[in-house]
Design a protein around this ligand. Structure first.
Ligand code: SF4
Length: 162
């Protein structure tokens, strides 16, 4: 299967969300938080904007000099997921022979940025994550519901709780 950055991101956010996304259950268009994220992407970084889709699999916010990947996030609420998503992009492009040095997560609303690097142990962990994503997304049933603080803001809230 093609594993996208969104698969990796959702893997760290919620396995059930990952499963819903993989089954093409789409409710994001209804979700205000997703819309805010899109607006932010369009306005705060308009001069650098221009998402880069590679191999129809990873969708990068922008790349500087084919060396530094940038990902824009609106908050640090699910920071770990954003970091692993960017590590996956670095891994994916290096596998394609592009010598990406590092990544930067930009938080324009917070006026902050964070550097992300990919280590050997990260690559080993990513390989486990990729195998796990494949397992979860080919399951017939959704992973069991585990309530989390982010559920109230999740686009799949109605699917899970109503
Ligand atoms: S509402 Fe909660 S349990 Fe359901 S998919 Fe979203 S984060 Fe996961």
């Amino acid at each position: 299967m093609r594993i996208s950055g969104t698969h990796v991101y959702y893997y760290f956010v919620c396995k059930r969300k990952l499963w819903c996304f993989s089954k093409a259950i789409r409710m994001e268009h209804l979700d205000e938080n997703v819309q805010l994220g899109k607006l932010l992407d369009e306005s705060s970084y308009s001069r650098d904007a221009g998402q880069v889709m590679i191999d129809e699999t990873v969708n990068i916010d922008f790349i500087r000099d084919w060396k530094v990947l940038h990902e824009v996030k609106k908050s640090r609420a699910i920071e770990e997921a954003g970091i692993w998503q960017l590590k996956y992009y670095i891994y994916f492009l290096r596998e394609k022979g592009i010598a990406i040095e590092n990544g930067i997560i930009d938080y324009p609303k917070l006026r902050r940025r964070e550097e992300v690097i990919l280590t050997e142990s990260d690559v080993a962990r990513l390989k486990e994550v990729m195998a796990d994503i494949e397992k979860i997304t080919t399951q017939q049933k959704s992973p069991k519901l585990e309530e989390k603080p982010i559920c109230k803001k999740c686009a799949y809230f109605e699917y899970c709780f109503v």
